[in-house]
Design a protein around this ligand. Sequence first.
Ligand code: KG4
Ligand code: ZN
Length: 355
Amino acid sequence: MTLILGIETSCDETAAAVVADGRIVHSNVVASQVEIHRRYGGIFPEVASRQHVLSIVPVIEEAMAEANVEWDDLAAVAVTFGPGLAGSLLVGVNVAKGIAWARGLPLVGVNHIEAHIYGNWLVEGAPPPFPAVCLVVSGGHTELFLMTDHGRYQRLGGTLDDAAGEAFDKVGRLLGLPYPGGPAIQEAARAGTPTAFKLPRAWLPGTYDFSFSGLKTAVLRMVQKHQAQTDRQPEGESESHVQQTLPGIAAQPLANLAASFQAAVVDVLVEKTCQAAEALGAQSILLAGGVAANQWLRMEMSRRSPVPVRYPPPQLCTDNAAIVAAAGFYRLGIENPTNWALDVVPNLRLAENGS
Ligand code: KG4
Ligand code: ZN
């Protein structure tokens, strides 16, 4: 059994995990900073790195204790070195170097995008068959890859403007919902009708690229229109039976807007991913990243896909270190990893040159 300690500090979660053979999670500890950043309505980078400094050692200690392993049981330390916030990444990379050096262990630098994809190896059952089309949708990324083997990717396309999660977060703010917008929109959408508002979809034919900025602007227009209508309603005649929410939109139009926005994002993501799977003869579709936790996306992709669809459980979609340990295990099998000069790469890409 190969036990790997994974460390993740690329954004606003301080996380450590112990994973066996790249597939079995022995512990997975995440200290979320979401409450701290909520008051800014987004991530405040300097606050994030300082919070990582405070949390990282207790989080690692907890992951080791929960997995009931000793330092000598570990085969390697895997750590995210990009993409992400430089100051945040530095905390994880330095701690990982310290542990690996002190214990004489291999140090594996992991690409955060690849880590998200490997969340699909932490699901019980047979591993996903290759070739697989991977849709990585998170707060920072919306990219489509063809994965032909472990560590081998071809980038098919990606967003030309906002990432899908970023669009969820921005629209959440427009609707007066709490940060992060993704889970809040999913919740608000439950009471809404996905076809209530006609919202645009950027199909960008002939490409596997995405664009969400037009959709965001369309939602803004709808919000402004509804605010104006609410403002004009005389006192006492407003829909008193529905709860008023922050931007001055009544609860039902807000739910309908949330549901229509979610449906528009999911429609494009599903259509393009399924087209890619069909055209490239994929054996499976893998969803990855925070937005892969979205139930509407999971349901629609499974309903419309020509091949089996896999996705990790929600807690392995959002940032965590078990996915870093899993990706680290397969990296360890591909290359001789330890590079003491490992630096953080905030804008690291995956498969930029088709490798
Ligand atoms: O992967 P992740 O935790 O961090 C990054 O690497 O970016 O993704 C966070 C993103 C946020 O934008 C959040 O709003 C979105 O994932 N998200 C969701 C859901 N849960 C998280 N978006 C839609 N539906 C969800 N249920
Ligand atoms: Zn992430």
